[in-house]
Design a binder for this molecule. Structure first.
Ligand code: NAI
Ligand code: MG
Length: 365
């Protein structure tokens, strides 16, 4: 059997810096765990624009469709701010998400013990937190028609439409249940079925998918506003939360900040299963290209490294190896290593991107 394939799109700004450390982690798995990947690299975003005049070439798009998983750094930067909308770096990322039809966006909120004091919430509330928000990513109010600003009598009216088909709800629900089976086996679905018809349908379909195909997973339903309160009050009651595009946008950003720095947050975007049974998948840190620190060796590589851990778990069925990598990160943090973004208290000397990478490799050994 051939090795699983990975396409690396490092992108712009700190993207290539953090990805260099991920490459070393990938090589470590090949050497030490005999877990080998066929890795190819290509350009995306501003880097692709500089070379090809487009933020994503058709060839790169075709490669992304063919591999088992794509790993992306970050795109964008001030150098590209004045480009025409059609060739902006972000368009490369949007094209990937759209053409790969990545409808299920996984945003973990995981709190490493060593960073619990970094949270704005009490240590007790967040220490050891490990939840994932599954946000529907390709439909809902950001895409529904009609939309626009229209003239109505003497004034204008702004319109967006929340619209979900049964099949759109069905597929994201399945992805949440599959995920829960690999974790704590618990799903909480959030909508506003009390005031929105799309929420009534959402609740019905999620329940049906559960009853027919995932009766072993514990399912609960919550109104999204109550869910937001519960997330701040006692987030550890959750394992997997599944919700629509709009509520997911808000809830995932709020949940992420329970745990501290942008430099720590990974994400995955999954699509339909391919012929080999693996979902189409793109893994990327939540942060952007951080132009303010790019090229200085200051960037925290952990968000990108944890994105690779998600790839191990969700694309390659290597949950134990993903845990090994997460434990290595945990150990390094417990040992007191901090990149500049993680420095809260005075007197701690920050380590560089490379030193953080070195320490994680040493912890893996
Ligand atoms: P950003 O995430 O790049 O940076 C926000 C702040 O967090 C900055 O102070 C930065 O130094 C810090 N930061 C981010 N990641 C870090 C890391 N790994 N280690 C240490 N510090 C880190 O967001 P910003 O400044 O709004 O956007 C900068 C550029 O990135 C823009 O061109 C934007 O369009 C693009 N962007 C791209 C994204 C992507 O590729 N998915 C997502 C968000 C923004
Ligand atoms: Mg957001």
């Amino acid at each position: 059997m051939s090795n699983p394939s990975l396409l690396i799109l490092a992108g712009d700004g700190i993207g290539p810096e953090v990805m260099t450390e991920v490459r070393r982690v990938i090589d470590w798995y090949g050497d030490k765990r005999d877990l080998k990947f066929d890795v190819s690299e290509d350009l995306v975003g501003g880097a692709a624009y500089d070379k090809h005049g487009t933020p994503l070439t058709d060839e790169t798009m075709a490669k992304a469709q063919a591999v088992d998983a794509v790993l992306l750094g970050a795109v964008g930067g001030p150098k590209y701010d004045n480009l025409d909308f059609s060739v902006k770096p972000e368009r490369g990322l949007l094209r990937l998400r759209k053409e790969m039809d990545l409808f299920s966006n996984l945003r973990p909120a995981q709190c490493f013990d060593a960073l619990a004091d970094f949270s704005s919430l009490k240590r007790d509330v967040v220490a050891g937190l490990d939840i994932v928000i599954v946000r529907e990513l390709t439909s809902g109010i950001y895409f529904g028609e009609p939309r626009g600003i229209f003239k109505e009598g003497n004034e204008r009216v702004g319109i967006n439409t929340q619209r979900y088909t049964e099949s759109e709800i069905d597929r994201v629900a399945r992805s949440a249940f599959e995920l829960a089976r690999k974790r704590g086996n618990k799903v909480c679905s959030m909508e506003k079925a009390n005031v929105m018809e799309s929420g009534i349908l959402w609740r019905e379909v999620v329940q049906k998918v559960h009853d027919e195909d995932y009766p072993d997973v514990e399912l609960s339903h919550m109104y999204a506003d109550a869910g937001a309160m519960q997330l701040c009050r006692w987030p550890k009651q959750f394992d997997v939360i599944v919700t629509d595009n709009l509520f997911g946008d808000l809830l995932s950003d709020a949940a992420a900040m329970l745990t501290g720095s942008l430099g720590m947050l990974p994400s995955a975007s999954l699509g339909a299963p391919m012929a080999n049974g693996r979902p189409k998948a793109l893994y990327e840190p939540v942060h952007g290209s951080a132009p303010d620190i790019a090229g200085q060796g200051k960037a925290n590589p952990i968000a990108c490294i944890l994105s690779f851990a998600m790839a191990l778990r969700y694309s390659f069925d290597q949950g134990d190896e993903a845990t090994r990598l997460e434990n290595a990160v945990e150990k390094v943090l417990a040992d007191g290593l901090r990149t500049a973004d993680l420095i809260g208290e005075e007197g701690v000397q920050p380590v560089s991107t490379r030193e953080m990478g070195d320490a994680i490799l040493a912890a893996l050994d």
